[in-house]
Design a protein around this ligand. Structure first.
Ligand code: G1P
Length: 293
């Protein structure tokens, strides 16, 4: 049974300065919740229950957010604000949270390698903490990936979620070269990190969710760092494919949007979309925006 998700949150978030000068980008609000709470709620809905955050400098707000704040709970009770306790219900979800620090900023592959001592030979999910899938916890992609893995567990070493992006955007993502493709999933023939629009093998971009067997760790150790010293997760997957390990790709279905919090433009889009679809305040926000047109 796959119940562990590794959530890398160590990136500096320099594209979002000064917003991210003293707060993690994963704690920026999208609608009424921080980005990383949307991510964890999506994963809980996909039946994951143990979360290991790979953190770095300046990320302690994430630990505080998922901790139980007894002082705040007592304050709300004593001051007749019990209705607000529902906003803290996520603290008491039946989930366990663990934290370890990536002590060198050496890329996503290195961050995943930091999780090795927690994995104990089991398969695990990797979910990037700066990307929300599905509006308001509506994505079941990780659950479908887990089911696919469990049906084919003896032969597959990894499954990766992909999203079709405009060709000019491939430079921001890991891009798949699929073998023959069915509607639901495909086998990877290759994968390339951040190709140019001219060289790209497709427009299928890695969408921040992966499942791996612990085999990935050996390949991460063998992966050469790039020019900037980073070890790319994509390059380790590429080594696995070269070694004839079977890695599958799954497409995000239409309507399960990907909200990437990597730049101001994508962050603003995510915030606006969640604000106008907020179950309580959404209509007010839509009216406000219509009046401003
Ligand atoms: C990382 C991965 C890339 C992936 C992207 C979004 O890139 O290296 O393959 O497509 O996340 O999931 P980053 O955004 O850290 O540059």
């Amino acid at each position: 049974m796959i119940d562990l998700a590794i959530i890398p949150v160590a990136g500096r978030g320099t594209e979002l300065l000064p917003l991210t000068k003293s707060q993690p980008k994963e704690m920026l609000p999208v609608g009424g919740k921080p980005v990383v709470q949307h991510v964890v709620e999506e994963l809980i809905q996909c039946r994951l229950s143990r979360f290991l955050f790979i953190t770095g400098p300046g990320k302690t707000a994430i630990e505080d957010h998922f901790d139980i704040n007894n002082e705040l709970i007592r304050y709300l009770r004593l001051n007749g604000k019990e209705d607000l306790l529902t906003e803290l219900a996520f603290e008491r979800e039946d989930a366990e949270y663990f934290y370890t620090r990536q002590r060198h900023q050496s890329g996503l592959g290195h961050a995943v390698l930091c999780a090795e001592p927690f994995v104990h030979g089991h398969r695990f999910v990797v979910a990037l903490g700066d990307t929300i899938l599905g509006r308001y916890t509506s994505s079941g992609i990780v659950k479908r990936m887990i089911d696919l893995f469990e049906r084919n567990s003896s032969e597959i070493k990894g499954i990766i979620a992909f999203d079709d992006v405009p060709r000019q955007e491939v430079i921001h993502y890991g891009i798949a070269k699929p073998k023959e493709s069915s509607s639901d999933f495909f086998e990877l023939d290759d994968i390339v990190e951040k190709p140019t629009a001219e060289e790209t093998p497709s427009t299928l971009a890695v969408a921040a969710r992966y499942i791996f067997t612990p085999d990935i760790f050996d390949y991460l150790r063998r992966t050469e760092p790039g020019n900037d010293g980073s070890i790319q997760l994509t390059d380790a997957v590429r080594l696995m494919i070269c070694d004839h390990k079977k890695i599958l790709g799954v497409r995000l279905p239409p309507g399960e949007y990907r909200y990437d919090i990597g730049s101001f433009e994508s962050y603003y889009k995510a915030f606006l979309d969640f604000a106008i679809h907020d179950p309580i305040r959404g209509n007010t926000m839509k009216n406000f925006l219509n009046q401003k047109k």
